[in-house]
Design a protein around this ligand. Structure first.
Ligand SMILES: Cc1cc2nc3c(=O)[nH]c(=O)nc-3n(C[C@H](O)[C@H](O)[C@H](O)COP(=O)(O)OP(=O)(O)OC[C@H]3O[C@@H](n4cnc5c(N)ncnc54)[C@H](O)[C@@H]3O)c2cc1C
Ligand SMILES: NC(=O)c1ccc[n+]([C@@H]2O[C@H](COP(=O)([O-])OP(=O)(O)OC[C@H]3O[C@@H](n4cnc5c(N)ncnc54)[C@H](O)[C@@H]3O)[C@@H](O)[C@H]2O)c1
Length: 482
């Protein structure tokens, strides 16, 4: 069996662990590949954040005439060339993926690349830690990082594997833009693709079993987004998919409503987006004795060390979707930076940052969030101690310029101290407007100091953020900035 200094499973965020520190050591990197092309480089690059947002941008342009009409400008989107767009996007992505594979496999002699599915094997209570590949390649190492990610969850309904039924792994490479697309799910992926394909002219039917969309977000944002989605594409709530079958060259999807009646929709394409499953089963984590949460995530301590019977194992780390409750690339990247440090400095390991984790959903409209929802904040410190402000984009100068009628920026703080507890945004550029709040929460700045301790460019859209902060009822110290 080959022996290495470092073994990594997963070429997404795991790939960034191979810093110059390892140049004179031996590293093995195993990856079975992502998506239908089994590409190197993980989810974000190949089937996740990057290609989706490369579709979101042209979708925003395709919607341009709607805003233009509000502003007395007549424009028309006359064509969306989906195949050309798809080929442009993936010609860039596939080249990056292939270059990354070549760099590790060929140019870096100290790295061995195993392009196969691997499974943990042997005793994991102490080093060396070993895996075996499907074809029988054995490798053991003094330190190991499990960064094997997650995959789309599939509902157990008949017809789920029919051609034409897609997940985010395959929908972006389809031959042609669907005429009629039924999307199952009401979370991040479902809402982003509903925004994209509806902008391209596809008839979108979004089906969710709960009473709203994006229900994990603050209730005000979830309600506002659900109302907007109803205006922009067809939304059917409180329905469960029970069957998918082939029908007249297309697909027939059967739904059961909350009162038990059955609905049928004939479409050409289905997208399933009901959450993601951590890949602990694919690596045989339970069989190797590693602690696994009930939801399938690997259990780790604050320093990302994997737990066995509640105790951290020295030199055995996990990061990203396989262990993190927040399946987000910026979270996986931060954890990778921490794990890279801990691998290189086992005598002074550090914890990963779990505070003020933000997220954005690049749908139409865009949404962003950081910190606690109002419900969570009330549970945490008592509703009587909260102050909240919902700032309409439309009540600021740039909002007038946009004739914006939908954008809202909600901020929540502790009225006793001015500590910001959370922010929740829906509207144009939500992912950017929220950044000063992320910064304030990360550096412990109170709401008033954040608002008045700096200039805000007038009349930029960022005045939405400033005004939201100024709308909170928080203490203003005597010597506060003016
Ligand atoms: C459609 C979509 C859009 C997204 N958009 C965003 C976004 O806008 N912003 C954001 O922050 N996050 C987004 N995410 C989430 C983000 O992509 C993930 O959180 C992130 O990529 C996880 O990185 P990772 O390194 O943990 O796993 P991955 O990048 O998934 O890497 C894991 C790798 O391990 C390999 N692997 C798994 N099991 C084995 C095995 N047994 N043997 C060998 N190899 C194995 C996999 O093939 C994969 O290549 C999106 C996700 C999806 C699906
Ligand atoms: N912009 C981003 O940052 C971004 C984009 C895409 C994905 N992601 C990450 O990927 C994760 C997975 O995304 P997702 O949209 O698949 O999951 P999600 O958890 O965001 O949403 C899942 C949705 O599916 C519904 N659902 C669950 N089980 C169901 C069932 N059996 N039948 C019908 N509906 C069901 C849920 O009610 C929910 O609306 C996200 O949670 C997020 O962490 C992030």
């Amino acid at each position: 069996m080959a022996h290495y200094d470092l073994s990594i499973i997963g070429s997404g965020s795991g790939n960034s662990l191979i810093t110059p520190f390892w140049d004179d050591k031996r590293v093995v990197l195993a990856d079975k590949g992502s998506g239908s092309t089994e590409a190197f480089g993980g989810t974000c690059l190949n089937v996740g954040c990057i290609p989706t947002k490369m579709f979101v941008r042209p979708a925003a342009l395709a919607r341009g005439p709607v805003e233009a009409a509000r502003l007395n400008v007549t424009q028309a989107t006359t064509d969306v060339d989906f195949p050309a767009m798809r080929d442009r996007i993936f010609s860039r992505i596939d080249a990056i993926s292939a270059g990354g594979r070549h760099y590790r496999a060929v140019e870096q002699e100290f790295v061995d690349l195993v392009s196969e599915k691997v499974t943990l094997t042997g005793d994991f209570s102490q080093p060396p830690f070993a895996f075996v590949s499907d074809s029988g390649v054995h490798a053991e190492a003094d330190q190991m990082v499990i960064a094997a990610g997650s995959r789309p969850a599939l509902p157990q309904v008949p017809g789920i594997h029919l051609p034409g039924v897609h997940t985010s792994d395959s929908i972006m490479r389809i031959e042609a833009r669907p005429e009629k697309l039924l999307i199952i799910g009401g979370g991040y992926i479902a809402c982003e693709f509903a925004g994209v394909f509806s902008a391209f002219g596809t008839e979108v039917i979004q089906v969710n079993r709960s009473r709203g969309l994006m229900t994990a977000m603050d209730a005000d944002i979830s309600a506002a987004f659900t109302a907007e989605a109803h205006n922009n594409w067809t939304v059917h709530l409180e329905r469960a998919v029970t069957n998918i079958s082939e029908q007249d060259g297309g697909l027939r999807v059967e739904l059961v409503t909350s009162d038990g009646s059955v609905e049928r929709h004939d479409v050409d394409t289905v997208l399933v987006a009901i959450g993601r499953t951590p890949n602990t089963d694919l690596i045989g984590a339970r069989e190797a004795g590693l602690d696994v949460h009930p939801d399938g995530r690997l259990a780790v301590d604050a320093c990302q060390r994997v737990l066995i019977q509640g105790e951290p194992v020295e030199g055995l780390y996990a990061l990203g979707d396989i262990s993190s409750p927040a399946m987000l690339k910026h979270v996986a990247n931060q954890e990778a930076r921490v794990v890279a440090h801990n691998l290189e400095h086992p005598d002074r390991i550090r914890p990963s940052r779990q505070e003020a984790i933000p997220a954005a959903i690049f749908s139409f409209p865009e949404m962003a969030q950081v910190g606690l929802t109002e419900t969570q904040a009330a549970e945490a410190i008592g509703a009587e101690h909260l102050t909240t402000k919902i700032q309409n984009y439309g009540d600021t100068a740039y909002g007038w310029a946009m004739e914006d009628g939908e954008g809202i920026f909600k901020v929540i703080a502790d009225r006793r101290s001015g500590q910001i507890l959370g922010a929740h945004v829906m509207g144009y550029q939500a992912s950017n407007l929220i950044q000063p709040i992320i910064q304030a929460m990360s550096f412990g700045q109170d709401a008033y100091t954040t608002a008045r301790g700096q200039y805000w460019i007038h009349p930029a859209l960022m005045e939405v953020t400033e005004n939201a902060l100024l709308g909170l009822e928080v203490p203003i110290p005597e010597d506060a900035p003016l």
